[in-house]
Design a protein around this ligand. Sequence first.
Ligand code: B4P
Length: 186
Amino acid sequence: MKQRVLFLGPPGAGKGTQAQLLAGSRQLLHLSTGDLLRAEVAAGSALGQEAAAVMARGELVSDALVLAIVRSRLEQQAASGGGGWLLDGFPRNVPQAEALESLLEELGQQIELVVLMELDDAVLLQRLLGRGREDDNQEVIRHRLEVYRDQTAPLIRFYGDRGLLQPVDASGEVESVSQRIDALLG
Ligand code: B4P
């Protein structure tokens, strides 16, 4: 069974929804940089204050900040005996992906699968408007989609070249998408 997995895909593809389900059923550590950043914002920490305005504009928070969060969680897990993990929403650009490679090399770990969740823009927009989070208004969503195309989509090639990428149709019921992803983990 593959147990070191990344979830890649545009905003609203359902990365968070599916990662949570899969992490629960396979007992993997679920690391969502989006959730971790929102928790910092809610706590009013210095880190959260730095992230809040950037997130509200639909842009990417600084690599250094996000990397520090991921590093501390993965190191913590490795120190407490290791185990599988599921990274949701990270990496989001090539520098983050390169930094993750170095970190995993330090930890003696490897990515086993990258799930690419694919969905039409019209459905993404519909789902995000339905969710109604603070950064889910038309204008910000459009900007997040542009940021995805410019900065995150190059990771499709990055992981494709490494033979790790598996595209998944992210349309339809949550349960159907979940079954498609589950089959990829073996
Ligand atoms: P994220 O928290 O990662 O959120 P997302 O990409 O918008 O959504 P996701 O794809 O997880 O969709 P979800 O399951 O919630 O990012 C938010 C912000 O955080 C970024 O814009 C950025 O500023 C910052 N950030 C995060 N990581 C970063 C990083 N590494 N570097 C820099 N900045 C970073 O699903 C969306 C909606 O669809 C939900 O309402 C859900 O219920 C619904 N849904 C899901 N599956 C469905 C289905 N099959 N059918 C119908 N509805 C469905």
